[in-house]
Design a binder for this molecule. Structure first.
Ligand SMILES: Cc1ncc(C[n+]2csc(CCOP(=O)(O)OP(=O)(O)O)c2C)c(N)n1
Ligand code: SF4
Length: 295
């Protein structure tokens, strides 16, 4: 059941004013919404925009204990924190907060080991579909056809399904969420925060700077990604997938908005050919079909 909006508004602010995030940054909306849902979070952040936007000591704008760590070390560092706190009898929520580069690509060995050991960690991946912090290079999360600085004519490969890779680890909880539906995101973060073991939440987080989109429409893009079927909303518990109330109707392709309504609002898709758009649509339907089999 969804939490009340009042509860969300009454929570302490976790990202203070004066941070370095660009206008309309989806990552900062994701962070504020998800981290504020947790009790006593300790957040481990590998190299990414989230390590940059916090500003510099003594003006750090994260209002929760934070460990900045090397790119490929997030879940192993978090494993140590989680175990040490348990040993001391301290109840905390140990969190990994990583970008898609740190999750789909460079941090896989780290989180895969921690997930296999079922460490008591809540792992969020804010997914902007590329390496934004270092100048918009492609990642395993970049969708086919999107232009980045390393794929100027559009990425040739399809986006990885990180949730299905995570599901193969049989972790207790996996969910997807979008900053376009903050209540759904907050509710899932709170639910996962109250569970134990390795939990993973993938958050669709637009990046207006790298996507070449209007910062004012970031929340709208978060909604459109769900409404066009680009980013399905669901939870996987004990191997069984349940589509979320917000995204349920988009199981039916006829209920989805045309994908072009999402693509046309982002400069990164401007150069896509009609053939590339059709290929992307096929990729998305393939992912839906795989998810439907897990229901
Ligand atoms: C081992 C290693 N390789 C490369 C880098 C350079 N680097 C720092 S952040 C980053 C990109 C991170 O991308 P992502 O995880 O998607 O987060 P985002 O920048 O999009 O927030 C890279 C390549 C590094 N710090 N360490
Ligand atoms: S580059 Fe993108 S993800 Fe990074 S702070 Fe700016 S808007 Fe946010």
């Amino acid at each position: 059941m969804s939490v009340k909006i009042k509860e969300m508004l009454d929570r302490p602010e976790v990202l203070l004013r004066g941070n370095f995030a660009c206008a309309g940054c989806g990552l900062s909306i994701a962070y504020r919404t998800a981290i504020s849902a947790l009790e006593r979070p300790i957040v481990v952040i590998p190299a990414c925009c989230a390590s940059v936007i916090q500003s510099l000591h003594p003006h750090v704008t994260y209002n929760v204990p934070t460990l900045n760590i090397a790119f490929a070390a997030h879940a192993s560092a978090a494993s140590g924190i989680s175990r040490a706190k348990k040993r001391r009898g301290e109840k905390v929520t140990t969190v990994v907060w990583s970008g898609d580069g740190g999750t789909y690509d460079i941090g896989v060995a780290t989180w895969s080991g921690a997930a296999e050991r079922n460490e008591d960690i809540l792992h969020f991946c804010y997914d902007n579909g590329f390496y934004s912090n270092t100048g918009a290079q492609r990642s395993g999360a970049t969708p086919r056809g999107a232009s980045t600085t390393t794929t100027p004519t559009g990425k040739q490969e399809k986006r990885k399904s990180i949730t299905r890779i995570m599901a193969a680890h049989d972790v207790p909880y996996i969910a997807t969420a979008s900053i376009g539906y903050p209540r759904d995101l907050y509710t899932k973060a709170k639910k996962a925060g109250n569970m134990e073991g390795y939990r993973f939440i993938l958050i669709d987080a637009p990046c207006p700077t790298g996507w070449n989109s209007d910062p004012a429409i970031t929340p709208e893009l978060g909604k459109l990604s769900v409404q066009t079927g680009y980013f399905p909303l669901y939870e996987v518990e004990n191997g069984k997938l349940t589509f979320s109330k917000r995204g349920m109707k988009y199981r039916d392709p006829d209920k989805r908005l045309p994908l072009e309504e999402y693509l046309d609002r982002q400069g990164r898709f401007k150069k896509m050919t009609l053939v590339q758009i059709e290929e992307l649509k096929k990729d998305l339907q393939f992912e839906w079909d795989m998810l439907l089999r897990m229901e």
